[in-house]
Unconditional design. Structure first.
Length: 234
């Protein structure tokens, strides 16, 4: 299989496990476009995975300056092969406050996260929101979309008896190109899956306000999925 085939397989997997992801990506792009006012925005895609958001952003805003950050070497290998060279692909660990030193720019018009931050514990996520705030230029914004139910719950698991998640990762491990990245991934993340934490939107609003000092809002809600956005006015 080619890296493009693995990318397509990942998209099908995400459609199964994160059915609202496509709508969330489209809404994020609409938000960036509405704030760009004809200029080419500089956008940071945090936890950008295989590069879906960056790819769609370039289709809508070809002149955008994009940076994708992720830690997973499998995701980054696919992203590096599928995205144009104009996109800065950066490996960095969001659990480490020094991640910002790896970025190519010190300011962005938008800092975006799509279904990417739920593995971080509360204290670190609060710190990360403050770090995002330090990266946002005047009139820019921070946006995070994820599952934000009325009460904190663990991520739902498939109940149809199938396990396509494991099957996809087993295939990746056997791939001659991506296989070595799987071993590197295990060294970065450990062999056991990360715990997921899904606080309600109100928690995110408080954490964002503490970091950015501007009144954040719930920009949209789709079932348990919601987007919280904080704008920097000056």
């Amino acid at each position: 299989m080619t890296l493009g085939d693995w990318n397509d397989g990942w998209e099908r997997l995400m459609a199964k496990y994160q059915p609202g992801r496509e709508r969330a990506i489209a809404r994020m792009i609409d938000l960036v476009a509405s704030r760009s006012e004809g200029a080419a925005p500089r956008v940071l895609d945090v936890g950008g995975g295989t590069g879906t958001l960056c790819s769609r952003l370039l289709e809508r805003l070809p002149g955008a300056e994009l940076t994708l950050v992720d830690l997973d070497p499998v995701m980054l290998t696919i992203a590096g092969a599928s995205l144009p060279s104009s996109v800065e692909v950066v490996r960095a660990d969001l659990r480490d406050p020094d991640w910002v030193t790896r970025l190519p720019y010190d300011g962005y018009d938008a800092v975006l996260a799509v279904m990417a931050l739920h593995y971080l514990p509360p204290g670190r996520l609060t710190e990360l929101y403050a770090e995002f705030a330090g990266l946002v230029r005047a009139r820019g914004f921070v946006a995070n979309v994820d599952d934000m139910p009325a009460a904190a719950v663990m991520a739902a698991t498939s109940d149809d008896g199938e396990d396509p998640w494991s099957a996809w990762w087993e295939g990746v491990a056997a791939d001659p190109v991506l296989g070595p990245a799987v071993g590197e991934r295990a060294r970065s993340f450990g062999d056991s899956p990360s715990a997921e934490w899904h606080p309600p939107a109100e928690w995110h609003l408080r954490a964002l306000e503490a970091g950015l000092g501007e009144g954040p809002v719930v920009a949209w809600r789709d079932g348990i999925q919601a987007a919280v956005v904080a704008f920097r006015r000056h």
